[in-house]
Write a protein that binds this ligand. Structure first.
Ligand SMILES: CC(C)(COP(=O)(O)OP(=O)(O)OC[C@H]1O[C@@H](n2cnc3c(N)ncnc32)[C@H](O)[C@@H]1OP(=O)(O)O)[C@@H](O)C(=O)NCCC(=O)NCCS
Length: 156
């Protein structure tokens, strides 16, 4: 019998105001710059053009987050941010969040999901490639510290 994948236990839900402390703390531990502020998260929670997702599992209610942006009249959604809690990494949380983002984009009639990732972020790049994302371009000096980005896309 095949073992049950850990992802089966990861649940993804919409973020709520009560998640703000966890969202901000994870943002601070995950990214050195280009961070979303508490006010920005607060705004995105109520925005029609944003979706903030939170992963939980069993008794732990906050293991990671994904932020997806939509634009009126566009069928391309954007995975703006993805992070899992340091102690939860390598257990399928990131995968579950990306898959839930795709599902949400599909439900809104989008035909593709796009994202940018630092060229030196091998872990994230491996995850996106494993999930079927392909490189469609790059941006020089995309991040505040001057790092370059790859652009990835997946047809939904
Ligand atoms: C990138 C990031 C979101 C990945 O999150 P994660 O929760 O570790 O992702 P997953 O666990 O789904 O996948 C990571 C690896 O663990 C493996 N994995 C998943 N479930 C597993 C399990 N049950 N047992 C063993 N390995 C497992 C996956 O196969 C994957 O390996 P691969 O990508 O080399 O194929 C996380 O490292 C992170 O938050 N990094 C800091 C912020 C960041 O860089 N975000 C991305 C910005 S674009």
């Amino acid at each position: 019998m095949r073992p049950t994948p850990v992802t089966a236990a990861v649940r993804v839900r919409r973020a709520e105001v009560s998640d703000l402390d966890d969202l901000v703390a994870l943002e601070e531990s995950s990214f050195a710059q280009d961070r979303l502020s508490r006010a920005q998260y607060r705004k995105h929670l109520d925005s029609e053009s944003a979706l903030v997702l939170v992963a939980s599992a069993n008794h732990r209610r906050f293991l990671g987050t994904a932020v997806v942006f939509f634009r009126k009249g566009s069928t391309i959604a954007r995975l703006y941010s993805l992070a899992s809690s340091p102690q939860a990494q390598g257990k399928g949380v990131g995968t579950a969040l990306v898959e839930a983002s795709e599902e949400a984009a599909r439900a809104r009639g989008c035909r593709a999901l796009r994202l940018e990732v630092r060229k030196d972020n091998a872990t994230a790049i491996r995850l996106y490639e494993r999930l079927g994302y392909t490189r469609i371009g790059e941006y020089a000096k995309y991040y505040a510290d001057g790092a370059d980005a790859f652009r990835f896309e997946k047809q939904l």
